[in-house]
Design a protein around this ligand. Structure first.
Ligand code: MTE
Length: 345
């Protein structure tokens, strides 16, 4: 696959490459940390674009200690990932940026709120309710959902609707493999996902003014859910997911705007009807159900023709052209044949 190479003007030529993950994970993590500090500092100045939530305004804590140890069973399974199942020639976004510049409104609307606040989320034990049009509904331990599957590393671009992007080495399991376990019926036309609703653990869910309707809900058409690119991630950068990135179990749909990639999922419902999703409900003129990355369909308040590949600086914002379906057209364009993408945005 030929993909656009990131401009390397503001990162050293020694920037980490995916190979390091396979050969020396520990060294890889240390390197990413070193570069990220510089990257984060530079990035702060450059993220005031319209449509973006509050920029990082204060120094982010370097090490926020999770309030519970990593679940050993999950760590063991994640660390046995098959590397390089899907990759790109583009430079990875440094680990530090991936884990400190986040959108997770349950923990605040600032980009650094999730890393400061999400460490207290209790992610083990974790159960997921599977319901609706499946032969095997029930409440399942996450462990039982994941156990039958091998973990894969997939390096994907993440394009936020706010017009910034990253390249992230996820670890996870194709959603199709997970759904097949529960035997969807012939009536299953959509899949709805729901994030944990627990205002005690997720302080952003207490906010009433200007916030979203909780819990956060997202959805896919069944053929989108079954597409081989669609991933349920449990890790990134060779380790289990940090809480701020949606631990312990999140969706990753690389050809759609990042808001479709719902975090910390506790319910999966297969339905005949198209689900009502959080952002679509909150501002239907701005956010559609499909949310396919599309440079030809602007957000009503800003252009979607370009994106800032993080990290960037004010002087060198690392601006690149946005591609239809985030560059994954070969894999997914057929899903939308004959559809008016300006109407079904
Ligand atoms: N999931 C939940 N539950 N809550 C959120 O606020 N934000 C979304 C998505 N998933 C969000 C969410 C948005 S807008 C983006 S861009 C991605 O998560 C960001 O993922 P990241 O923080 O791992 O980069």
């Amino acid at each position: 696959m030929l993909l656009k190479i990131k401009k390397r003007s503001d990162t050293g030529s020694s920037e980490i490459t995916p190979e390091h993950i396979y050969h020396d994970r520990r060294r890889f993590m240390q390197q990413s940390g070193r570069f990220a500090l510089a990257g984060l500092g530079l990035m702060l100045a450059g993220c005031s674009q319209e449509g973006e939530a509050k920029a990082i305004s204060k120094k982010t804590q370097d090490d926020v200690t999770p309030s519970q140890p990593d679940p050993e069973w999950l760590k063991k399974q994640v660390l046995e990932f098959n590397p390089n199942v899907y990759t790109t020639t583009e430079a990875l976004t440094p680990h530090k940026v991936v884990t400190t510049y986040n959108n997770f409104y349950e923990f605040g609307t600032g980009k650094d709120d999730p890393v400061r606040n999400a460490h207290s989320l209790k992610t083990d034990p974790w159960s997921v309710v599977v319901e609706g049009e499946v032969a095997k509904p029930g409440r399942y331990h996450l462990e039982d959902i994941l156990k039958p599957h091998a973990m894969e590393e997939r390096i994907y671009r993440l394009r936020c609707v706010e017009a910034w992007s990253m390249v992230i080495p996820w670890i996870g399991i194709p959603l199709a493999n997970i759904l097949k376990q529960f035997e969807p019926t012939s009536k299953a036309r959509f899949v709805e996902f729901t994030t944990l609703h627990d205002p005690e653990q997720m302080p952003g869910q207490k906010a009433s003014f200007g916030s979203l309707d909780w819990p956060y809900v997202e959805g896919l058409r069944i053929d989108e859910a079954m597409n081989p690119l669609t991933l349920m991630a449990t890790g990134l950068y060779g380790d289990i997911l940090p809480n701020q990135n949606g631990a312990p179990f999140r969706l990753v749909v690389p050809w759609k705007y990042g808001f479709k990639s719902i975090k910390s999922i506790v319910k999966i419902r297969l339905t005949e009807q198209q689900p009502k999703t959080t952002w679509e409900t909150s501002a239907p003129q701005e956010y559609g159900f499909y949310a396919n990355v599309n440079p030809a369909v602007d957000h009503p308040r800003w252009s979607q023709k370009h994106e800032r590949r993080l990290p960037g600086t004010l002087l060198s914002p690392n601006r690149i052209e946005t591609r239809l379906f985030n560059g994954y057209g070969e894999e997914v364009a057929d899903l939308y044949k004959g559809m008016d993408l300006t109407r079904f945005y």
